[in-house]
Every structure is written in C-alpha cells, then in structure tokens.
Design a protein around this ligand. Sequence first.
Ligand code: NAD
Length: 496
Amino acid sequence: MNPQTNQPPYQGRLLIDGQWCDAADARRLERRSPAHGQLVAVYAEAGVPDAQRAIGAARKAFDKGPWPLLKGAERARILRHVADGILARKHALARMESLENGKPLAQSLAEIGGAADLWQYAAGLARNLHGDSYNTLGAATLALVLREPIGVVGIITPWNFPFLIVSQKLPFALAAGCTAVVKPAEVTSGTTVMLGEILLEAGIPAGVVNILVGQGAVVGEAMVSHPDVDMLSFTGSTAVGKQAVARSAATLKKVALELGGKNPQIVFADCDWEAAVDAAVYGIFFNAGQCCNSGSRILVQDAVADKFAAAVIARSRQVRVGDPFDERTQVGAITTERQLQTILAHVEGARQAGATVALGGARLDRPGLYMEPTVLTGVTRDMAIARQEVFGPVLSMLRFGTLDEAIDLANSTLYGLSAAVWSQDIDTCITAARRIKAGTVWVNTFLEGHAELPFGGYRESGIGRELGRFAAEDYTETKTVHLHLGARTDWYLPKA
Ligand code: NAD
C-alpha cells in the first residue's frame, strides 16, 4: 500500500469569521481520489445560510475591521508569512492536490512552489499600490486620485489547478486591502481549506478570508447574486462564467473572468523541429489536457504536416500515464468520471464528423479514471472538435498553407486565451504574435508563466487580467479627491 494514499481522510470544515465550523444543516461532502477511488476527504458542505454568514463576516471585516486600513507593509508582512507557511507545508499540500485532482505528485509540488511565489509577489505589490496626483490643473486646484480596496471579493475557482488559481486571486485581493469569501470547486477543496489553516497561522484577522466548501449552484450562486459582494473573481467554464455575469447584473458588481480556451500552436515548416514536437505533446498532455491553456489545436504548415503528425504520434505513444504517486508518471488521472465521459463524447463526435483517431481515443483499461493520450488527424475548421474546448488529453491536428491562413484559422474560434508560434523567422513570429487574438502568445515556447506577466483572455476566454504589476489594482476602486485652494470663485451666473 502506498503511504501517500494510505492515510485517514482529511476532515475539512468551513472557515467563517475566523472560526472553523460545520454547516448550519450539518451537511457533509465526500471526495474520493480519481486515481484510486479511495475516500480522501470529508468536508462540511455549506448551504445558503452559511454563505450568507460568510459574506456578512467579510462585509464586517471590511467595513469595521483593521485590514483595509493597515499599512501596506503590514499586509505585506502577513502575505509573506503565508508564502512561508505554504512552503513549510508543501508536501502535505501537494499530496492533497494529487489525491483530489489526480495530477502527478512532482507536478503538484511545482505548482505549490509557484503558488508561494505568487503570495511573495503580491506582498511586494501591497507596498507599491498607490494612486496619482494632479498639480497641473491651475493655481486653485490640486487633485488626488486614490486607490481604495473595492470591498468584499467573491472568489470562485475550478478543479484543474486548485491551489495555483486561488493564489492568482486571493493574495492580490488581500494586498489591495479587500476581504474575501472563497469557494473552491467541490471536488478539489482540500488545498484551499488547508490554505485557511495557513492564513490563520500567519495572523490574518478574523473575517478577512472566509472559505466555503460547497456546490456551485448553491454557494457559488449565493455569492454571485449577493449585494454585499462587491466584486466577483471567477475562473471556470465559459458557460458558467456567462451565467455568473447574467446573475450578477442585478447588483452590478465588478466581474473578472478567466474562462476556457481552444488554444492553437502554429507550426511553420521552418520551426525548430524537436522543440516544436516536444511542445505539441507537452502542451496537450500536461495536466491530462485539463488546462485552460492546453494547446489543443496544432496548426501545421502543409509542407511538413504529415511528417509532423507522425512525429507527434510517435512521441505521444511514449507518454507515461499512471498513478500520480508513481514518480515515472507524466500524466495522471482525469479528475471526475463526468469529465472523462465528456472527453469520450467529444472524441466520438469528432470520429463521426470525419476526423481520424490516429492514437488513443479510449478510456484506459485499468482501475481509476484514466484516458489514453489521443491524437486526431484530418480535423477541419468546420468540425465541433476544432472549436469546442474538450478539457482532456485530446489533440486536434489541422493544416494551413500560408501565414494568412494560419492566422485566420487560429482566430476561428470564439476563444482567445493563448497561442504559440513556432518558426525560426523573426518576421513570421512577430507578425503572427501581433495578429493572433489571444491574451498570451508564446513564441518558440509554450505554457511558461511568471508572476510579472499579465494573464487572461480575449473574447469568450474572459474579462480582465490576473498577475502582473496591476494585479492588486484590479481589486480597487478609483476615487478622485478634488481640492480647491483659496477663495472659491463665484458660479458663472452673477449673484442676484
Ligand atoms: P465550472 O465552470 O464548472 O466550475 C468552476 C467553479 O464555478 C466551481 O467552483 C463551481 O462549483 C462553480 N460554479 C458552478 N456553477 C456555478 C453557478 N451557477 N454559480 C456560481 N458558481 C458556480 O468549471 P470547472 O469544470 O471547474 O473548470 C473547468 C473550466 O475552467 C474549463 O472551461 C477551463 O478552461 C476553465 N479554466 C480557465 C482558466 C483560466 O485562467 N482562463 C483556468 C483554469 C480553468
């Protein structure tokens, strides 16, 4: 028995107003590991009354608490303590992430380290957040433009990168002086609940961060529509993101959305062959393809298309799918049975539409939720598989002739999250990078990220950007303070 999996289930409770508590109706939610089918966690499951209580606590902590008024340096100090706490518990966090999500342990460890870096980076921003002043408006006027924390932020996250994604949002909201209610995806809540323990140890005041394990349609919905939530920061599917915009309209809250993608990697005939083949395989099978940035479309120039497909298929055969706790594993389990069925349905739809399943296409014949690395050739732009997000290890290969055709094909979906260009010609690379409609364009690389670089999508891939030097500003309101100096001149109508 693997010692990583052979442990009693984690017991998670709700964090409301600085206290761990059970749900008002004592409901509980269980999570089994997708790789082993074993019970790994039991949570208190929040309902609407718990969500209301958490939002009330965040409201009180914002309106009356010290957090929004603390010096940036004080907030930074606590955020750095959180980063240290994350690193101190990285093995336990990574284990939980792999158990609940199914991803390889080494990958989870890397993500936990990356998340700690985001808390560090946000700590820096907490000290740098500032407004503006105008001394150019005439002798009688001085104007200040203040940055104020926006208020209570509702944070809703998905199951594919649970700890990394909450860390793309929460530290930046906290850096700005906001308070928060956080709801992780119901199937991967563990690391977010553990983050609550780290936050309390780091000295975060009561009510500043509240954590609710619960269903999207219940707790998420309550957060989206509640008038005391001033901003919603949502990462998830485009369909639920659209619903959230519609449901939040009644309270006109600010909404930031990180949604789906159907990201093209464009391979020109003059590419660095080895690097491009490797990135095509890594880009689709990393995280079992359950990745908003997944390079799910490979667009290859006609002259090399057959050879490139053959090379990608050969390398894809070598991808090692298996137990997340086996250190040889490169690709772990699919996170839920429902997602596995969705992926299989996409493959079947593509087959019926005329695509060739050149590799894989089926569930792996072994216990656990595993899918064969799958490569589809002969995909054309009119097929659903060329436009819809699969969110699984399924690569679609398409062809183009000229640069113009490549750009047109790259921009032919409603998404616009990311893309890559593979060519040794600088003109090709820059022209393509400028014309692709996506929030990130990688040139001769793929899936690299840094806290310094803004991330987000065009069109149906989202609204707004995370990370980068403006990441804390996104959680602020701007206030203009207009100061008049000296005697106030009369209104332009003469006094009666
Ligand atoms: P999802 O939209 O089903 O769920 C995301 C979150 O929303 C979960 O916490 C869920 O409980 C909650 N939710 C569900 N219904 C809700 C409702 N009615 N009101 C409020 N909240 C609700 O997405 P998922 O399946 O968890 O994640 C996969 C999707 O996330 C993919 O489309 C992927 O591309 C996207 N994603 C995007 C990014 C990005 O940064 N752009 C990153 C990761 C994942």
